[in-house]
Design a binder for this molecule. Structure first.
Ligand code: CA
Length: 231
């Protein structure tokens, strides 16, 4: 079972072409042509991944991406013909996991879908260091011990753990954990990270999962041994 891919694409021929390739690759596929139907469906049906066109009737793909992110961690691949949008898409202002430029070959899309799913499956399930993240219940445990996280701490850890090794600045993390665009200061993130680390340390002082990157922000890394990483 490869799971269900939701294709949100108003060019019907293109959507059908993608559907055929994804079906052939063993996925189930649902197609939607109008952005307005998407969010409630994603919330109910929990697809494995969303392929999202940027230009849509009803609702812009960027807005849609934000709204999906506000209620779900489903991997999202954006399709765009506008090269100048790529930074924004991946800058995680929006929370897309990857993008693909139009025109593309359906084969390329299938490869990208597989790669993103592979990456995403690393978290949400047991990670090699004994961290278990249950996004349904906002529950995190390390080596079988409850980490007892607040909702915000859970979201931070969950988000960072989904993208191991990737460095995020404070603004990007704030956008992720406060999707309602509440205005919070940079220090808020530092304070949440500090508490999160302390809770991890309480369970296992030898494990360091969240690393400061001087002058930039934070990253999740299990392999990296901390160096001068006080915080
Ligand atoms: Ca379109």
């Amino acid at each position: 079972m490869n799971g269900t891919i939701l294709i949100v694409e108003d060019e019907q021929k293109l959507a059908e072409l993608l559907r055929d390739y994804l079906l052939q690759a063993g996925f189930s596929v649902v197609m939607m042509f109008d952005g307005r139907d998407v969010v409630p469906w994603v919330r109910e049906q929990r697809p494995a991944l969303v392929l999202l066109d940027l230009m849509l009737p009803g609702m812009d793909g960027m807005e849609l991406c934000k709204q999906i992110r506000a209620c779900s961690n489903v991997p999202i691949i954006m399709e765009t013909a506008r090269v100048e949008e790529i930074d924004r898409l991946l800058g995680l202002e929006l929370g897309a996991d990857d993008y693909i430029c139009k025109p593309f070959s359906p084969r390329e899309v299938v490869a990208r879908v597989r790669a993103v799913l592979r990456r995403a499956s690393g978290a949400g399930s047991p990670v090699e260091n004994g961290l278990v993240l249950d996004a349904e219940r906002y529950h995190a445990s390390l080596n079988g011990h409850d980490l007892d996280l607040t909702a915000v701490e859970f979201r931070l850890l969950h988000y960072l753990a989904h993208h191991p090794g990737r460095i995020y600045n404070r603004q990007q993390l704030m956008d992720q954990i406060y999707p309602d665009e509440r205005v919070v200061s940079d220090r808020t993130i530092d304070s949440h990270i500090k508490k999160l680390r302390r809770k991890i340390e309480l369970v296992d002082p030898a494990v360091q999962l969240i690393h400061s990157v001087y002058g930039v922000g934070y990253k999740y890394d299990v392999s990296d041994v901390a160096e001068g990483d006080a915080g």
